[in-house]
Design a protein around this ligand. Structure first.
Ligand SMILES: [Ca+2]
Length: 474
């Protein structure tokens, strides 16, 4: 049934507050970087314990890194140069001693983190629209919007090196990304139009289909795409499911009301027959503040956050459209705002995990977690934080070491925590020097699992002139 109780809304794409650059170690001179070992200092020959090296192969830096050099801090030994003896304002860089290594605590998550910088040339990276997905090769594909306002597609191998030149696809933003056997499928928004586009690994357009067209030539087509960064595209192995926020439009191209929509597409981008509903609308949340979709076996789960209809909650939707409240969120105001935020939807063999932040029944915003069955029956809520004075935001989740890796942020400080297979935290959360999408709302960039089981994500911080590809080794 249509919901017309709320007004239309517009999600502003708020720039993420970026903290100061963090030192990234175990990068220069490791054996897996692009280029010859000699060109980059020669692995252990540079005196630093790089990735893939150990105390046994790099005794000169034994203790500077863990076995495989994974610390994100400076993994090497202190500089051996003399302290700077120049005049105070001589202007040249200090070639003398630094503060020495900041080795990770053995066994910590930080010891398993690798960060690979990926140059974007003279551009800067807009982080609100980064999507990334793992490849069977061990690497990943990521889509991002640069300071040139173009959508860029970057393909990387397991070491973070490009496997092909970047290419661009027409449009303003990506709202979903899926890897398919012969390329990449994306949801591409241009103005109020949302299109399904499939490209080859070299950027040739293989399939294209307009899903909603918004306003064309001064006349409304009925449904348009909202320029928020939410939306997901799932490839089930046989079909696509495109799930994103829309706005219904008046005949004169005015905005009427927002909610979400799901399209079922065959492999050739043709509509799935009406018996399977094309499109299924109204589908889920209204207003739909965020959407997630994923698959476990043959079970597809759709989760969204609503401020109003069918209830103020984080909800699971079955294929037929019935819903289950996972977390009541009465802070929703039916005007496009909720104090809750949806985190991740992670498939596991017996169902799905959903993470989120919420203030309901809490002294402040905390990180919540729910396991649900393959058909959306939720278990009890689990709270990962209980900090009265801190508002946790931007939570993410991935499979990790037989359990889960959870991340969140508090005022620009980033945390990672290990969870067991029951969702219980094992050990204290760690403050890490890597960053991810740490605020609620439009700039949600999911954690994912690489093909070898490592967790990771793509983000940018600091000078914003490079992508940072993060891998947390399993
Ligand atoms: Ca809190």
């Amino acid at each position: 049934m249509p919901d017309n109780r709320g007004s239309w809304r517009f999600i502003a794409m708020v720039s993420l507050a970026i903290a100061a650059p963090m030192p990234i170690g175990c990068e220069a001179g490791d054996d897996l970087s692009v280029g010859s070992a000699a060109a980059k200092g020669g692995g252990c020959g540079n005196g630093r314990c790089g990735r893939g090296e150990s105390c046994a192969t790099c005794p000169s830096d034994c203790g500077g890194c863990t076995a495989d050099g994974g610390s994100v801090a400076d993994s090497g030994a202190p500089d051996t140069g003399a302290p700077d003896t120049g005049a105070a304002d001589a202007g040249s860089a200090d070639a003398g001693s630094d503060s020495g290594p900041a080795p990770c605590t053995p066994g910590s998550i930080a010891c398993n983190i690798d960060v690979r910088p990926v140059s974007v040339g003279s551009l800067t990276v807009g982080t609100s629209k980064i999507y990334a997905a793992p490849l069977d090769t061990g690497g990943l594909v990521t889509t991002w919007v640069g300071s040139d306002a173009a959508i860029h597609v970057t393909q990387l191998d397991a070491t973070g090196a490009r496997t092909a030149p970047d290419f661009s696809v027409p449009g303003q933003a990506v709202h979903g990304l899926a890897v398919v056997p012969d390329g990449y499928a994306m949801l591409i928004r241009t103005s109020f139009q949302m299109s399904f586009v499939k490209v080859s690994t070299s950027g040739a357009v293989l399939l294209e289909r307009v899903l909603v067209a918004g306003c064309v030539g001064g006349m409304s087509t009925g449904l348009g795409a909202l320029p928020s960064a939410t939306g997901r595209l799932l490839w089930t192995g046989t079909r696509y499911l495109a799930y994103f926020e829309i706005v219904s439009m008046t005949s004169t191209c005015g905005l009427s009301h927002s909610q979400d929509i799901i399209f079922y597409l065959e492999a050739d981008a043709s509509p799935v027959p009406p018996a399977d509903t094309w499109p299924q609308w109204p589908n889920g949340c209204s207003h739909s503040l965020d959407q997630e979709i994923d698959i476990s076996g043959t079970s597809v789960a759709k989760v969204c956050l609503s401020d109003c209809f069918p209830s103020k909650a984080i909800l699971y939707f079955s294929r037929g459209g019935s819903n289950t409240v996972l977390s009541p969120e009465p802070s929703g105001d039916c005007l496009g705002t909720s104090s809750a935020s949806l985190g991740s939807l992670v498939p596991v063999s017996d169902g799905f995990w959903v993470s989120y932040t919420s203030r309901e029944g809490r002294a402040s915003s905390d990180v919540g977690l729910i396991h649900m069955s393959l058909t959306g029956t939720p278990d009890s809520q689990i709270w990962l934080t209980g900090t009265a004075s801190a508002d946790e935001t931007g939570t993410h989740l991935a499979r990790y070491q037989g359990g889960l890796l959870a991340g969140w942020a508090v005022s620009g400080v980033y945390y990672l925590a290990r969870l067991d297979s029951a969702g219980s935290m094992t050990g204290a959360p760690e403050v890490v020097s890597v960053q991810f999408a740490g605020t609620a709302g439009a700039q949600r960039n999911n954690f994912f699992n690489y093909s070898n089981g490592d967790a990771g994500w793509v983000w940018a911080w600091g000078s914003m002139n490079e992508l940072k590809v993060v891998r947390v080794r399993n």
